[in-house]
Write a protein that binds this ligand. Structure first.
Ligand SMILES: Nc1ncnc2c1ncn2[C@@H]1O[C@H](COP(=O)(O)OP(=O)(O)OP(=O)(O)O)[C@@H](O)[C@H]1O
Length: 283
């Protein structure tokens, strides 16, 4: 965010050689974000918010300063997953994020609504404008990683994010159903059109382990994430099981208590990808 190009609407596609340097907002002058990673999936319900949350938790445990921009304006889950009670506050120079128990900075429209179940009945352009403001008007401060939890689909918000926020890399989330993979391919194709960099694909809900005999049961069909990643020529980050502990801790707002070596490996791979992309930028 320290770059003067970061508030430009063509930042993600331009070569950086244009002469019109846009003015930074006051909030941007107070922020320095080293890496922006968007978590995307064409299909709803495959676990984007869960993967975003656990990536944030794992990166935080690795010692990084992490923030989450909840761009799922009409179906926000991040505040609930982290059990946030406080509201985001307005300071003189911008919006202050709410900090989770372990210090992850979070901004979500649900942190601004009176009741968490108040519906947001807004048209696409208004929603897109708000997401852009979460980038330009939030005082994020120093962050090693800002993770963006995108809504499902290839509509207004993913387009706005890819056009107006300098996303360094994308993490694609899918699940074993052929239907999920078909819709996820649309998202990959769309992101390719915006010349996005893919950090890789995660296959969530790949199997469940029987608590009695430890047998893996592939309830959504044979996992195909690795094949899907190869077919789309993007890195494969790994697969995650359905884990009832993750559901329970997310429902209780205690996701930061969840431990998973598999998530940690995925976070390490994402970290390695971002270091490869901008070796000097990540501590
Ligand atoms: N690996 C997993 N193990 C157990 N439960 C999971 C897992 N991944 C996701 N879930 C649960 O599945 C539900 C949907 O997950 P999540 O909200 O992360 O999906 P999403 O793709 O972000 O949804 P949306 O389409 O609304 O954006 C949640 O209740 C979540 O706790």
């Amino acid at each position: 965010m320290s770059s003067p190009c970061s508030s430009c609407s063509t930042a993600s596609t331009c070569s950086g050689s244009c002469s019109s340097v846009p003015e930074l907002t006051e909030a941007q002058k107070l922020s320095n974000i080293k890496n922006v990673v968007a978590v995307m999936s064409g299909k709803g319900g495959v676990g984007k918010s869960s993967v975003t949350s656990m990536l944030a938790v794992s990166l935080m445990r690795q010692g990084y300063k992490v923030g989450i921009l909840d761009a799922d304006i009409t179906g926000p889950s991040i505040p609930k997953i982290f059990g946030l009670k406080d509201k985001a506050s307005a300071a003189e120079k911008g919006i202050m994020p709410v900090k989770s128990m372990s210090g992850i900075k979070i901004v979500s429209l649900n942190l601004m609504l009176e009741n968490e179940d108040d519906p947001v009945i807004w048209r696409g352009p208004v929603i897109s404008q708000l997401v852009k403001q979460f980038w330009t008007d939030v005082i994020w401060g120093e962050l090693d990683y800002l993770l963006i939890d995108l809504p499902p689909g290839t509509g207004d918000v993913p387009i706005s994010v890819l056009q107006s926020i300098p996303v360094d890399g994308l993490v694609i989330v899918t699940s074993p159903q052929q239907l999920a993979n078909m819709v996820v391919r649309k998202a990959i194709k769309m992101a390719t059109m915006y010349k996005a960099t893919f950090y890789g694909l995660v296959e969530n809900m790949a199997y469940i382990e029987c608590p009695d005999c430890n047998k893996r049961i592939e309830i959504f069909g044979k996992p195909a994430g690795e094949k899907e990643a190869a077919a789309n020529e993007i890195p494969y980050l790994g697969q995650l099981p359905i884990d009832p502990r993750l559901t329970a801790l997310s429902d209780a707002g205690q996701v930061e208590e969840y431990q998973s070596a598999l998530f940690d490996v995925i976070a390490q791979k994402v970290d390695a990808c971002s270091k490869e992309k901008s070796p000097k930028e990540t501590a």
